[in-house]
Ligand binder design. Structure first.
Ligand SMILES: NC(=O)c1ccc[n+]([C@@H]2O[C@H](COP(=O)([O-])OP(=O)(O)OC[C@H]3O[C@@H](n4cnc5c(N)ncnc54)[C@H](OP(=O)(O)O)[C@@H]3O)[C@@H](O)[C@H]2O)c1
Length: 252
């Protein structure tokens, strides 16, 4: 799968699934724009992508800040030689928890929606002219939490991801008229930095929740993303792809 001469923008590329996606696109010849707030971790991903000979633009930005997003797009477009971007991967996300009766429930909700949903809408709005010009595509990294709540305390996260899925389907219809595809990838538990902080015991608990008795590595999600971004998936738009080791199966 070659992405030579393609420009790919990945948000949340400093860690986990986003870092794996950026590295895989770089391996396949794409020029990658990697976005995140943690400069040290972004630099590591930049070096990994460059080892594969890719052109890399590293952008420090907070996707919840409109000024950062506007600036980021301006720099990205100039860097690409005004050709713009071909593939947009909205991956940055947080999974902050609260129960609905908690005092801080609304603060958590605002932060999660700002990161997981609002930022995606705004960045997509800014990127659409370039994606249209290039007949590109968008992949939004959602979660199986959009289909079912899997644990307590995730009301904000589940709402954000359900919103993301339906936003993706709605704009898939709009953008089909412009030759732009939009899909989501909905992982179950994946071993990432975000997840690692919960500890090995909790990770094993999540592994036991899956039908296959395992949790995924970020590369497995990246492989699916690259397929969907490629011409092999030219018939696919408005779809959500679950990669969850059978977690939803086991729940039903
Ligand atoms: N891991 C899982 O089990 C799992 C399962 C289902 C879905 N997902 C989804 O997969 C995506 C990636 O998650 P992950 O597990 O790889 O998490 P992770 O290792 O914690 O990475 C999250 C990424 O998002 C970035 N990010 C968060 N808030 C940001 C902000 N305000 N501005 C810019 N970047 C921001 C972080 O970058 P900085 O810290 O550098 O800002 C980091 O690169 C998320 O959307 C998550 O909901 C993960």
């Amino acid at each position: 799968m070659s992405f030579k001469n393609k420009v790919v923008l990945v948000t949340g590329a400093s860690s986990g699934i986003g870092a794996a996606i950026a590295s895989k696109f770089a391996e396949e010849g794409a020029s990658v724009i990697i976005v995140g707030r943690n400069e040290t971790k972004l630099k590591e991903v930049e070096a990994k992508c460059q080892r594969n000979g890719a052109k890399v633009l590293m952008l420090i930005a907070d996707v919840t800040k409109d000024n950062d997003v506007v600036k980021m797009m301006r720099v990205a477009i100039t860097w690409s030689g005004h050709w713009g971007i071909d593939i947009l991967i909205n991956n940055a996300g947080i999974a902050e928890t609260a129960d609905i009766w908690d005092e801080n429930a609304m603060e958590v909700y605002e932060r999660v929606i700002a990161t997981n949903l609002r930022s995606v809408v705004f960045l997509t709005h800014l990127a659409v002219p370039y994606l249209t010009k290039n007949k590109g595509n968008i992949i939004n990294i959602s979660s199986i939490g959009s289909f079912a709540p899997l644990s307590t305390g995730y009301f904000a996260y589940c709402a954000s991801k359900a919103g993301l899925d339906n936003f993706s389907r709605a704009i898939a219809l709009d953008l089909a008229t412009k030759g732009v595809r939009v899909n989501t990838v909905n992982p179950g538990p994946v071993r990432t930095d975000g997840f690692q902080t919960v500890g090995e015991e909790e990770l094993n608990k999540f592994g036991a929740m899956t039908a296959l008795g395992r949790i995924s590595e970020p590369d497995e999600i990246a492989d699916l993303v690259l397929f969907l971004a490629s011409d092999k998936a030219k018939a696919i738009t408005g779809s959500s792809f679950v990669s969850d080791n059978g977690t939803l199966l086991k729940r039903n």
